[in-house]
Design a protein around this ligand. Structure first.
Ligand code: NI
Length: 257
């Protein structure tokens, strides 16, 4: 019934109790999980998991803070991985100016390179944007990312900008903050935007929803996010979940069944 479109089962924090994490999610009705890479190693791991489990799909990509010493080699490997059958997206890619491990120029180069790869392989993008709303938008627009669209991961921008993203064929990833008392921004987006453009994600092991903030997040908690989304939209949980299923299918296309 539920889909977690952004989960880091490839992160050491979740690998330790892997079977338990998976089983807990299946038990509450999570049907599909998209494991998202953030560097070359975790992208490989995402593909391995997708090959191993029917209900797992992979996204591969280099997160803006992880690209420091990457050369053509890493990008060639990324392209090989992205061409595998169960790889449904390029991600997570984008900008992150909260940390300073990489410069703005390095991040821009890596981002554009991966937008071009997504267009070449006709794969949607999963976009990470932290402290960079305007530049993320401008970069996606300038490089015609609307040709592939994708998901704005854990969308934290305004309703106005959300509408601009919809025009560029992006959907909005709704995550744990929608359950937070101070999560007004994300709540407003869910209320204002048609359910046809919303998807659910946990970003586990991060962004744990209420009432479990402070604990390690797991894909089972996607249920809490869909519950809150349904409440905000004034529809049933099953109706919200069905919308999300349709949206995910539309975004990921042929490589996702
Ligand atoms: Ni993530």
């Amino acid at each position: 019934m539920f889909i977690d479109t952004h989960v880091h089962l490839n992160n050491p924090q979740l690998e330790a109790n892997f079977e338990q994490v998976i089983n807990d999610a299946l038990m509450v009705g999570v049907e599909k999980m998209i494991v998202v890479g953030y560097d070359l190693e975790t992208s490989k791991k995402a593909v391995e998991l997708a090959n191993q489990y029917d209900f797992i799909y992979a996204a591969v990509g280099f997160h803006p803070t992880e690209i420091k010493n990457y050369t053509d080699d890493e990008y060639q490997n990324l392209e090989l991985l992205a061409s595998m059958p169960k790889v449904v997206a390029i991600g997570e890619v984008g900008f992150d100016f909260h940390w300073d491990t990489t410069t703005k120029e390095e991040q821009l180069t890596a981002f554009v390179r991966q937008i071009e790869l997504a267009k070449k392989l006709k794969l949607p993008l999963i976009i990470h944007s932290r402290d960079a709303h305007q530049l993320t938008f401008e970069t996606l627009k300038k490089h015609n990312a609307s040709k592939v669209g994708g998901i704005m991961h854990s969308y934290s921008g305004s309703v106005e900008m959300a509408k601009e993203y919809l025009k560029m064929h992006f959907c909005l990833g709704i995550s744990g903050p929608v359950t937070f008392k101070n999560g007004k921004n994300m709540k407003d987006v869910v209320k204002a935007i048609d359910a046809k453009y919303l998807v659910s994600e946990t970003d586990s092991p991060y962004l744990t929803p209420e009432p479990y903030r402070g604990q390690i997040n797991g894909p089972k908690n996607v249920l809490l996010i869909v519950e809150e989304m349904a409440k905000l939209k004034g529809i049933s949980i099953s109706e919200m979940a069905q919308n999300i299923k349709d949206n995910v299918k539309r975004i990921f296309g042929d490589k996702y069944e």
